[in-house]
Design a protein around this ligand. Structure first.
Ligand SMILES: Cc1cc2nc3c(=O)[nH]c(=O)nc-3n(C[C@H](O)[C@H](O)[C@H](O)COP(=O)(O)O)c2cc1C
Ligand SMILES: [Mn+2]
Length: 477
């Protein structure tokens, strides 16, 4: 059964031991970020739970974080599946989208603030990089816009800076679908209606951060993921449609052809992202449920919720593109979290003797998402790509750098990668638009000598009798 809303999903997390409640009262302006960071640094990812701050100083609204991506186990629960089935569920949902349905009324309308009563500051929005970020930031906004020609809705997560009680900034990168919608409205000389949705059933959030092809609404893919249509209600001040069970909805508009200063913001690369020109949203209404829950994504330095959710979603997209669409013999795909789910791509392939296969796989991955894989390492299928040691070993003894590496200049960049330009260069300048990539072909190119290891059956025999060797308690599972 799909989750109806964030609340039902939080219950499921709690029942599965994946929600940690903080008993202490916390200060949203420093303590939420620090506690979330300790959670990511000190709890191993295999058993890292989401975190809930029930008592936030000065507010009667709780803050939850990590609920989509504290760990792969959390992500799998959000999708109502197992960790090893996540890619398949993504493929199924994109191949079988379920259209949303319009309903008359929903709990997100239980409270409606308009005019003088509009107040963004009543919500406990944390400050994330204390001392560097200029103000609190919404890190898990699901920004809803629609194509003025087709009416198809887009939902995307783009950082939102709280600037005043009725004004927020929003930074959308060049290729983003929300930006495309603003550009279309700009050409018509019209303001762009926007709705910022906070806290929903988890499938909407997973789709909001995933790259779904333009024209296919994230609402429909979320419907595919949950196996039931998403229920939408109309906004108070525009024709936009938003999830009926959302915790909070901020309605507003972006003035046409206007850019306003935004940032800087501590980013998922682990460095401050530059400030610069971005959109500004004038808030026209805020609607929210009774006893709303404020949800945030944990970002900044990897590992983080941001890098985890982007890793999993992008791995699924690359895997589908390479395996299903291009029919290449790809075994597994990994976008390492240390590379912010962008820079460092590892792919295993089962070589089938076709000429130029490894380059085809690399070009395929770079074509599917041209900003990813600054380092693209391709290994044979005997290497476990989730084992860093094994990948390093393959690079050590299956690569001749002069022959097996290919440098490619002038490819699309990750604009937030601070190696593309000095820190004072604004984010959306051309200097940051392109960068180079490298393919490291770490597959075997000829016959290799036998492995220098005791035979597997001997090792298995010792393992099966571990206690006879005094190994019990010594060997990690
Ligand atoms: C936590 C988090 C924060 C993000 N912040 C931004 C951002 O500030 N600007 C941006 O352009 N993309 C941001 N992204 C990436 C977009 O959400 C992602 O590219 C998504 O596909 C955008 O939706 P779209 O493809 O419909 O444009 C962020 C992703 C995550 C997980
Ligand atoms: Mn989209």
């Amino acid at each position: 059964m799909p989750y109806r809303d964030l609340r039902e999903y939080l219950q499921a997390l709690e029942q599965n031991g994946l929600l940690h409640r903080v008993p202490k009262e916390v200060d949203k302006d420093w303590e939420v970020a620090a506690a979330a960071r300790v959670l990511f640094q000190k709890v191993p990812s295999a058993r890292r739970p989401a975190i809930m701050f029930d008592k936030v100083k000065g507010f009667d609204i709780p803050v939850v974080a990590g609920v989509l991506g504290a760990s792969r186990a959390v992500y799998a629960l959000a999708m109502e599946t197992e960790v090893n089935n996540i890619s398949r569920r993504w493929t199924e949902a994109q191949n079988n989208p379920v259209e949303p349905i319009l309903v008359e009324i929903g709990p997100c309308k239980e409270n409606i603030l308009t005019g003088d009563r509009i107040d963004m500051l009543k919500f406990p929005v944390p400050v994330w990089t204390v001392g560097e970020d200029p103000s609190p930031y919404l890190t898990s906004p699901y920004v809803v816009t629609k194509d003025p020609e087709t009416g198809v809705h887009n939902v995307g997560t783009y950082r939102v800076q709280v600037k005043a009680s009725d004004r927020v900034g929003c930074m959308m990168n060049f290729h983003q679908h929300g930006r495309r919608h603003v550009d279309m409205h700009n050409r018509l000389g019209r303001p762009t209606p926007v709705a910022i949705v906070l806290g929903t059933d988890p499938t909407i959030g997973l789709c909001s951060v995933a790259r779904i092809m333009y024209g296919l609404s994230e609402y429909s893919v979320a419907g595919g993921l949950r196996g039931k249509p998403v229920e939408l209600v109309k906004c108070e001040t525009s024709d936009l449609l938003v999830p009926a069970t959302a915790e909070i909805v901020i309605e507003g508009e972006i003035e046409s052809n206007t850019l306003v200063h935004e940032g800087p913001f501590g980013e998922y690369t682990g460095y401050m992202g530059p400030d610069g020109d971005a959109y500004e949203i004038k808030i026209k209404a805020i609607t929210y449920r009774n006893n709303p829950i404020y949800q945030a994504f944990i970002s900044q330095m990897p590992p983080s919720e941001s890098s985890l959710i982007r890793s999993v979603g992008r791995e699924a997209g690359l895997f589908k593109g390479l395996k299903e669409d291009l029919r290449l013999p790809v075994q597994e795909v990994r976008l390492k979290e240390s590379g912010g789910a962008a820079s460092y791509l590892v792919i295993s392939v089962k070589q089938d003797g076709s000429a130029g296969l490894i380059k085809q796989v690399a070009w395929g991955a770079w074509a599917i998402d041209p900003t990813l894989g600054k380092f693209t390492v391709i290994v044979d299928d005997d290497i476990d790509i989730w084992d860093d040691f094994a990948v390093d070993w393959a690079m050590s003894f299956r690569v001749q750098p002069a022959k097996d590496c290919m440098l490619v200049p002038d490819t699309a960049s990750v604009r937030l990668d601070p190696s593309t330009a000095p820190a004072d260069e604004p984010q959306l300048t051309h200097k940051r638009a392109t960068a180079s990539k490298i393919l490291i072909d770490a597959t075997k190119k000829h016959n290799y000598p036998p492995l220098a290891l005791p035979p597997l059956e001997h090792r298995e025999q010792v393992l099966a009798n571990a206690e006879l060797y005094g190994f019990k308690g010594l060997i990690m599972e």
